[in-house]
Each structure stands twice: as structure tokens, then as C-alpha cells.
Design a binder for this molecule. Structure first.
Ligand code: NAD
Length: 358
């Protein structure tokens, strides 16, 4: 059932990643985003699509650029440091494009980690940051461990609760391997990201029982039409027996690091589309030799991959494997863009009078 909620050749069109980068940059520039920021915003969205995270990929350029046109996002934007130490910073994203403020904050965290071994930046006044692991992954090329989290408007019920109170509050964590593929955990603290319910609705497939419930606790399999109070996503773990209190706890932890620590607000204080975020970079070399670290990562990943599978399963993976597989496929064969969204991206380019390249 889960695998039905994804793009395939009948509901999407394959486009080369380079053309998407060009198209998205020009749309962001078309609404007044400076060139550097436009490139960053495009890069984060294209990366999500290349990695198979279609819910947080290129299609979002349409909504984001309309938000700029409508004045919901401020561009040109400034990431302003509100308070700072050698290892920490609190910044304001200036209510700009969230992808850009989270990117700039992680650049800051990495610079601090280069000097001090650790860098941690909390971001308020922010908007949707998309695929949260992007920012954690920025640490990899510096031989660092990266972490990134964000808190969002309510979509998820607390364990045993009947009303949505927390966002899908995702956690990103990236650690470099040597010869194996890097470990990249990128997970909503709900059973699924809410974008997957919307995707299921658009492509006309049911959702698995366990993703969402009515306020009476009945499992929902017909994807709901939009956000309202009649339903909620389940926290990771789904129900009491399967440990929903743990997903719930992780979600509130994200709220504390992102919303309470920054002062930007916890989930139920946020409007839809707002994201308060938190990023951290850890310089591995301050702990041990980087090659030895990576070699031990390789040993661990190889051992996990070699685990015997349950009957009917092909292989045991580690976090990041499905997205690395998607990357191999999509860089070679093009990135699938959902047909309706492909048309919407082209339409937005035409409306803005920028070059149509896809
Ligand atoms: N900005 C926001 O407000 C927001 C909110 C929620 C989610 N998101 C994003 O939504 C995206 C999707 O989140 P999700 O929770 O639905 O992701 P998911 O369930 O598809 O994947 C979660 C993680 O599990 C790993 N994984 C998948 N199958 C595996 C297997 N068999 N073995 C080992 N690891 C495996 C993946 O590599 C990934 O790291 C993420 O990019 C997340 O950052 C963003």
C-alpha cells in the first residue's frame, strides 16, 4: 500500500536535474529574489526531488514564489544575528524564503564548528524549510556530523489525544561514511509527512490505516481533502501499543529546540507555512581521526546491510539508502515531476515572463 503513494511514469514527466535547477532559479529571480538566494532555494528543492523526496521537491517553487508575490515571504531577505557566542547563534530568518534562511544558518554553524568544534544555530521568523536533511547534509563535505530540525503548524495529535497539536516536526541527521554511502536520517516525527497524504489524494490512491485518524480515533484510508479539525496524523508509533508516546516525545523535543529555544513559537503558535528551525554541526576531527571514524562507519553499515532479511524482503538498508538509490536513478534518467505540477511550474514561469526551460 505505501508504495502506491509515489510518482511513476504514468503520473509524472522526467526532467533533467540541471534544467530544473535553471527553471527554479529563474522563477525565484522572477519574483525578486537575488541571484545567490535564488540559486540556493532552487538547489534545496531540486536536491529533494533528486533524492526522491517528491513531497518537498521542485513543485513547491510555485507556492513559494506566489508567497513572495503576495508579500508573505520577504525578499530580498536578511538572516540577522540576534545573539551569538563562539559556538551558538540565534538568528532571525527575516520572514524570507525558509530554504534560504536555514541554508545560511547551517553555513554559520559549520563556520563555528570549524573554529570551535561545534556550531549550533536556532532560527526564528522562518518559513517552510522543505526537506530538513538538506541542512544536516551540508556538514558532510566538511567531514562533520550535521543535525537539523524544524517545527511546523499543527497536523499531528499527541499520543492518546484527539486533536492536532504538533507539526510533523522532522529530524535530519547526517554522518559521513568512507566507501559506503553516508548515513542520512530524514524523518517526520509523525507516521508520515503530511505531504504524502496530499500526494495520495492528488494521484488518487488510498492511504494505509495508521497514517491518520478521525477525532473519534477511527483509522482513515481515504486521503482527506485538506487540513481541518476532523482528522489528525498519528505520531510516529501510531497507537499506544506501538509506542506513539515516543513519536510524540520526539515531536515535542523538536518543538523545544526549534520553537521554544528560538522564541519563534511552538507548533500550535505557528501559522501554516511557518517553520522555526535548529541546526548543528559537529567537527568529527575534534573527537577522533576522520578516516578511522569513516572506516568504523563503513564497518557498521556493512554489518547492518548483511543482516538476514525477513521472509519476502530483498535487503536490509540504512537511513539514506532509499534516497541514494533514487539519486542514482534520477541523475541518470531524469527527475519525475508530477504531471499537474510540471504544468504549474511552466505556467508560473510564463506568468512571470521568465524563460521556460522544462
Ligand atoms: N519542513 C517541514 O515542515 C517538514 C515536515 C515534515 C517532514 N518534512 C520532510 O518530509 C520528508 C519525508 O519525511 P518522512 O518521515 O515521510 O520520510 P520517510 O518515511 O520516507 O523516510 C524516513 C527515513 O527513513 C529512511 N528509510 C526509509 N526506508 C528505510 C529502510 N527500509 N531502512 C532504513 N531506513 C529507511 C529514509 O532514508 C529516511 O531517512 C523529509 O524530507 C522531511 O524532512 C518536512
Amino acid at each position: 500500500m505505501v508504495n502506491k503513494v509515489k510518482l511513476n511514469d504514468s503520473n509524472s514527466t522526467r526532467v533533467p536535474a540541471g534544467a530544473l535547477q535553471q527553471q527554479l532559479s529563474s522563477i525565484f529571480r522572477g519574483v525578486g529574489t537575488p541571484e545567490d538566494d535564488a540559486k540556493v532555494a532552487a538547489k534545496v528543492l531540486v536536491s529533494a526531488s533528486v533524492r526522491g523526496v517528491d513531497t518537498h521537491g521542485v513543485a513547491n517553487v510555485v507556492g513559494y514564489s506566489k508567497n513572495v508575490e503576495d508579500g508573505v515571504y520577504t525578499v530580498p531577505q536578511k538572516t540577522e544575528v540576534l545573539s551569538e557566542s563562539e559556538t551558538t547563534a540565534l538568528v532571525s530568518g527575516g520572514n524570507g524564503i525558509g530554504l534560504v534562511s536555514a541554508y545560511r544558518a547551517m553555513e554559520m554553524a559549520i563556520e563555528k564548528a570549524k573554529k570551535q568544534g561545534l556550531g549550533m544555530v536556532s532560527i526564528k521568523d522562518g518559513h517552510h524549510v522543505g526537506m530538513v536533511a538538506y541542512y544536516a547534509m551540508m556538514a558532510l563535505e566538511h567531514d562533520m556530523i550535521g543535525m537539523s530540525m524544524t517545527t511546523a503548524a499543527p497536523a499531528v495529535r499527541p499520543a492518546l489525544g484527539a486533536k492536532k497539536m504538533m507539526g510533523t516536526n522532522p529530524i535530519g541527521f547526517a554522518a559521513p561514511a568512507g566507501e559506503e554511502r553516508d548515513f542520512v536520517l530524514d524523518m517526520a516525527t509523525s507516521t508520515v509527512a503530511s505531504g504524502k497524504v496530499a500526494l495520495a489524494r492528488r494521484i488518487g490512491v488510498p492511504i494505509p490505516a495508521g497514517w491518520a485518524v478521525t477525532s473519534e480515533g477511527e483509522a482513515i484510508t481515504e486521503p482527506p481533502a485538506g487540513e481541518n479539525e476532523t482528522w489528525a496524523l498519528n505520531p510516529l508509533g501510531n497507537n499506544r501499543e506501538q509506542g506513539s508516546h515516543k513519536g510524540y516525545g520526539l515531536s515535542v523535543m523538536v518543538d523545544i529546540l526549534c520553537g521554544v529555544l528560538s522564541g519563534g513559537g511552538f507548533s500550535s503558535q505557528l501559522a501554516r507555512g511557518e517553520n522555526m528551525s535548529w541546526v548543528m554541526a559537529i567537527d568529527i576531527g575534534r573527537f577522533r581521526d576522520i578516516d578511522e571514524f569513516k572506516s568504523m562507519m563503513d564497518d557498521m553499515i556493512r554489518e547492518l546491510h548483511a543482516t538476514p532479511t525477513l521472509p519476502g524482503e530483498d535487503r536490509v538498508m540504512v537511513a539514506g539508502d532509499p534516497e541514494a538509490d533514487a539519486t542514482d536513478d534520477r541523475l541518470a534518467n531524469g527527475v519525475p515531476v508530477e504531471n499537474g505540477q510540471y504544468a504549474a511550474i511552466r505556467e508560473q514561469a510564463v506568468e512571470l515572463g521568465v524563460e521556460v526551460v522544462i
